[in-house]
Design a protein around this ligand. Structure first.
Ligand code: BES
Ligand code: MG
Ligand code: ZN
Length: 488
């Protein structure tokens, strides 16, 4: 857990103090800390440059056993993300040393030119997120997360921001939960298991939980979803979570793609990287974790999360290229490619969400296309919306949380790329260019005039290498973004 502490350093009970250091300016208010920094900077090997790190042990005149200095670089370059990264690095270093507690000295907001609330938010986020480990499948657990993370602040700030820091910690728990689900191997999160895991945690927070199986989905004619599920031994699920603090207010509906493993189906993917296709349920993970966080925080907004869960597999029962299916909305779709399965499960979930909830806003998150990664790389999500304000709000929340988003176009004339000779639409574009856009346009066909946005998160949900505040694997992308956007 995270604690804001306002103590005199000479009385601090901690054994470990982390001091962030700026290369060219003093950024701390406390003269004791400023003096310690001067001592560290006397060394040739520590100048406070970005990436610089040094530790002092048992200084004769200092009661704290360990002093760790972390360089932030030049003042002009220090932003909130640098603070997040610093806090994450600090926590990770302590974990590596097998410590259980740390105190991080919070720099002065005024001296860093950063507003104080976002500064504390960023430090709390970096520290909480850096404290998450995923070693469930290792016999030998090398390290343990810290038990307690303390931020050293002034008394007034401790009082003012206590609520904020516990709220941020809860949201980061949501990010960690999404990471866990994403990292879970696909043999342990088939739709039935993933649905059960979501339902169990959601019920604990008193969310209304609905889980439909194949029978209900057939009765209600979720034809597109069922066509994707057909190839797998493991039956599909549709999970719906509802958080309804207001009787009258129209809900915001979130839809998350939940393909627990995407083999491509009959259009089987190549071997390279196939194991990574366990991440194809990251949209559902982010939506479920957001609803759970919203319930924990007793959020005032009415929220609904809809998660279509399927496994996309080849088999004798699988849908084929050329098959024509009827979606929940009644539109027929020719399956041009069984690997374009995400859009099929999403159109049924979107159509159902619109019909049932008549939401004021509907947003879907999906690891929808490799093309979006070609366009924006591995760290930035693509945002598609006809609504300028909604798109801008998402991009802004992305800047604030550093879950970065970039708006992409929805050109009317590209729609013809989705024409089928035999059905109302094809799920496959007739060109290989602009794949993220044509996928989004396909979804757009099913949202009518609703206030809708689609976020293609294929890139940023996963990282092969660890970063300052995230281990290798799932990043939990989307939870902090949505919580900020919806003011959960
Ligand atoms: N799940 C994939 C998209 C994806 C690719 C996510 C890489 C994360 C990393 C999606 O279902 C898919 O296979 N999309 C195809 C669409 C194509 C067949 C039109 C793609 O991107 O190649
Ligand atoms: Mg696919
Ligand atoms: Zn997929």
């Amino acid at each position: 857990m995270i604690h804001l502490q306002a103590v005199d350093l000479s009385k601090a009970k901690t054994e470990t103090l982390v001091i962030p250091v700026c290369e060219d300016k003093d950024i701390h208010d406390d003269p004791t800390i400023a003096a310690l920094i001067l001592r560290a900077k006397k060394l040739k090997e520590f100048k406070g440059k970005k990436g610089d790190q040094i530790a002092f042990y048992n200084l004769p005149d200092v009661k704290i056993v360990r002093l760790m200095f972390i360089g932030l670089g030049k003042l002009a370059k220090i932003d909130l993300e640098a603070m997040r990264a610093m806090a994450g690095t600090a926590v990770k270093e302590c974990i590596k040393k097998d410590l259980s507690e740390v105190l991080i000295a919070v720099p002065s907001a005024a001296k860093t030119n950063l507003p104080d609330q976002p500064l504390l938010t960023a430090l709390t986020e970096g520290a909480c997120l850096g404290n998450h480990l995923f070693d469930k499948y290792k016999k030998e657990k090398k390290h343990k997360p810290l038990k307690k993370i303390n931020l050293l602040v002034k008394a007034a700030a401790a009082k003012k921001h206590r609520k904020l820091s516990s709220r941020i910690a809860t949201i980061c728990q949501g990010t960690a939960l999404a990471r866990e689900w994403v990292n879970t191997p696909p043999n342990e999160k088939v739709p039935e298991q993933f649905a059960r895991s979501i339902a169990r945690l959601a019920r604990r927070e008193k969310l209304k939980v609905t889980v439909w199986g194949e029978k209900e989905l057939k009765q209600q004619k979720f034809g597109a979803l069922l066509a994707v599920a057909a190839g797998s031994q493991h039956k599909p699920r549709l999970v719906i979570l509802e958080h309804k603090p207001h009787k009258a207010q129209k809900a915001i509906v979130l839809v998350g793609k939940g393909v627990t493993f995407d083999s491509g189906g009959i259009n089987l993917k190549p071997s390279a990287g196939l194991e990574d296709m366990k991440i194809d349920m990251s949209g559902a993970a982010a939506v479920a974790a957001t609803l759970i966080a919203a319930a924990k925080l007793k959020s005032k907004v009415n929220l609904v999360g809809i998660m279509p869960l399927v496994e996309n597999m080849p088999s004798g029962q699988a849908s084929r290229p050329g098959d024509i299916i009827k979606s929940y909305a009644g539109t027929t779709v020719e399956i041009g490619n069984t690997d374009a399965e995400g859009r099929l499960i999403l159109i049924d979930a979107l159509a159902y969400g619109l019909k049932k909830y008549k939401p004021r806003t509907i947003i879907d998150l999906a690891t929808l296309t490799g093309a979006c990664m070609v366009a924006l790389g591995e760290k930035i999500a693509g945002v598609f919306s006809f609504d300028d304000k909604l798109a801008q709000e998402i991009v802004s929340s992305g800047e604030k949380t550093y879950e970065r988003c970039w708006r992409m176009p929805l050109p009317e004339d590209y729609k013809e790329l989705l024409k089928s000779n035999f059905a109302d639409l094809s799920n496959m574009s007739s060109t290989r260019y602009g794949g993220a856009i044509t996928a989004a346009l396909f979804l757009a066909e099913f949202v009518g005039k609703a206030r809708w946005a689609h976020i293609d998160i294929a890139g940023p949900v996963y990282g092969k290498k660890e970063t300052a505040y995230c281990g290798a694997g799932g990043t939990g992308f989307g939870v902090r973004l949505l919580c900020d956007l919806l003011e959960v």
